[in-house]
Design a protein around this ligand. Structure first.
Ligand code: NOJ
Length: 526
């Protein structure tokens, strides 16, 4: 099948995830909002970002900080109103930034009027918007599916005696995507936002919308009884029946027709760690881009890194959404060893992600090289942490963005912020802008380099290297990462000039590429 026309602006773009609660507070409530975001957009333009992805700002009881949506076309007063959003979109236009919003189609909030109607009238039309089953013979949940956030994926509605399905919190009932009425609702929602000037959507849990029609039990891996974190428990099952059902692609084909009318992009939060399976959601006419999350769990060694990058690069190419951080995971600096070591490695990986075809996303604070923040147990707010004893949760990567020295590091004028400000003055945007060797300035130069690559071939070669290195070439550029704690030399053949490096100044040329420990470099054939 010939590929449909893609939004041209997507090709080679750099995205930036804004976790709205923690980006900038413009109204002094201690929680980030749209006015705050509007006033800080210049930072993103200065950095060289092309796409701004804003996490949910819709009306919500906030049981999962906005991923429990009560009205898909309304702005929650906590974040402002629709005019504030219009101003954000307008300012993004002025700064040549594309706007991607976060649509959450797998589930609604239980405060959504559809679910309220489904509860109130089991014989009414909204009942079938959700997934209901009778109890098992013993009165318990109808199958062994479990929630990402702890406990069974089923909650009993005592009034009707039936269970409803929720792959996340009980406050987030899953929609029934086999119901054509649900599909029509979302086509209207997409049209509403595209008409308003939004350039694309990030689709929350894009791999989960359709469930097995017979609701069969998932197989479970043995020896997983002592797991504490509910997400580990979730991954101790084979998700044969609750995730990745083949009919999902039909939904995205339908959405693609809508998106194409507006030159808009469909970007899936596809937690699918298998390239051929992920490719099925993309096909030629499905999602434009699917996130590749194996970077979040790979080990720091050349073999794992090469494997993690090469497989999707070869199997999916320009449709990969490269990420190494998000509002759901421990920050890469922490994962890769913490402090300066973690920062060096994370920037090195970023060089590789920026060199490959596809769309590369940064998560707010990644440009500053932020480490995880220390959030004391009593201040944690993520339901994973507050509802599961012993689980750390996701607050460590969600603390307020550090902007400048001063109260709350410039995030808010409030006495109290929703999570503690977990960083130092030296981490702030203002401090790092002044320092030519800062992480922020290195990131900015990297984005400049990335923009120079637009128009390059999507064909990537993986030359053989010393085993400590990961390297690929695209046209006349070679991207190389030393994944060890020792310096390494490489003589790839020919003459090279270093145009970017993460430790030291670029500029040298010659047949040998020398890399410091955990350093990445970009070399151009000379
Ligand atoms: C993925 C989102 O990124 C996460 O923050 C959220 O909790 C779940 N989906 C449920 O919507």
């Amino acid at each position: 099948m010939p590929e449909l026309e893609e939004p041209k602006w997507l090709s080679g773009a750099v995205g930036y995830e804004i976790y709205i609660r923690s980006f900038a507070d413009g109204t002094g409530t201690g929680i980030g909002d749209l006015i705050g975001l509007h006033d800080r957009l210049d930072h993103l333009a200065w950095l060289g970002v092309d796409i701004v992805w804003i996490t949910p700002f819709f009306s919500s009881p906030m049981a999962d900080h906005g991923y429990d949506v009560a009205d898909y076309t309304g702005v929650d007063p906590l974040f402002g109103d629709i005019e504030d959003l219009d101003r954000v979109i307008e300012r993004c236009r002025e700064l040549a930034l594309r706007v991607v919003i976060d649509i959450v189609p797998n589930h609604t909030s239980m405060a959504h009027s559809w679910f309220e109607a489904a509860l109130a009238d089991p014989a009414g039309p909204y009942r079938d918007y959700y997934l209901w089953r009778d109890p098992a013979d013993d009165g318990g949940p109808p199958n062994n599916w479990i929630s990402h956030f702890g406990g069974p994926a089923w909650t009993l509605d005592e009034k009707s005696g039936q269970y409803y399905c929720h792959l996340f919190l009980p406050e987030q009932p899953d929609l029934n995507w086999r119901n054509p009425a649900v599909r029509r609702e979302f086509v209207d929602i997409l049209e509403f936002w595209f008409e308003r000037g939004v350039d694309g959507i990030r689709i929350d849990v894009a791999h989960a919308l359709i469930k097995d029609e017979q609701f069969r039990d998932n197989p479970r891996h043995p020896d997983t009884a002592d797991l504490v974190d509910p997400r580990d428990v979730f991954h101790s099952f084979e998700h044969t029946y609750d995730l990745l059902q083949p009919e999902s692609l039909d939904i995205y084909r339908e959405w693609r027709e809508v998106a194409d009318r507006y030159d808009a992009a469909l970007i899936g939060e596809t937690y699918v760690l298998d390239v051929p399976k992920l490719a099925k959601l993309l096909a030629g006419d499905g999602l434009h881009v699917g996130f590749w999350f194996s970077t979040m769990s790979m080990r720091w060694d050349a073999h794992s890194i090469r494997h993690t990058l090469r497989e999707p690069a070869e199997g999916i190419g320009h449709r990969v959404g490269w990420v190494q951080s998000s509002h759901d995971e421990s920050r890469p600096v922490a994962r890769f060893g913490g402090g300066d070591l973690g920062r060096r490695r994370s920037l090195g990986l970023c060089v590789m992600l920026m060199g490959l075809p596809g769309v590369t996303f940064l998560y707010q604070g990644e440009e500053l090289g932020l480490d995880d923040a220390d959030v004391p147990v009593e201040l944690r707010d993520d339901p994973i942490a507050t509802r599961n004893a012993g689980a750390t949760g996701r607050d460590v990567c969600r603390t307020p963005m550090p902007w400048e020295p001063g109260p709350n590091l410039g995030f808010s004028t409030a006495d109290h912020t929703w999570l503690p400000v977990g960083h130092e003055q030296s981490d702030t945007v203002a401090a790092q802008r002044e320092d030519p060797s800062s992480h922020l300035r290195q990131m900015r130069s990297l984005l400049e380099l990335r923009h120079g690559l637009v128009g390059m071939t999507d064909i990537v070669e993986w030359p053989s290297t010393p085993p400590e290195l990961v390297a690929f070439t695209r046209d006349d550029h070679t991207f190389v990462l030393n994944a060890t704690d020792q310096p390494v030399q490489w003589t790839p053949g020919g003459e090279w000039q270093i145009v970017y490096r993460t430790a030291g100044q670029p500029g040298e040329s010659g047949p040998v590429i020398e890399l410091a420990a955990n350093e990445a470099a970009v070399a151009r054939a000379h």
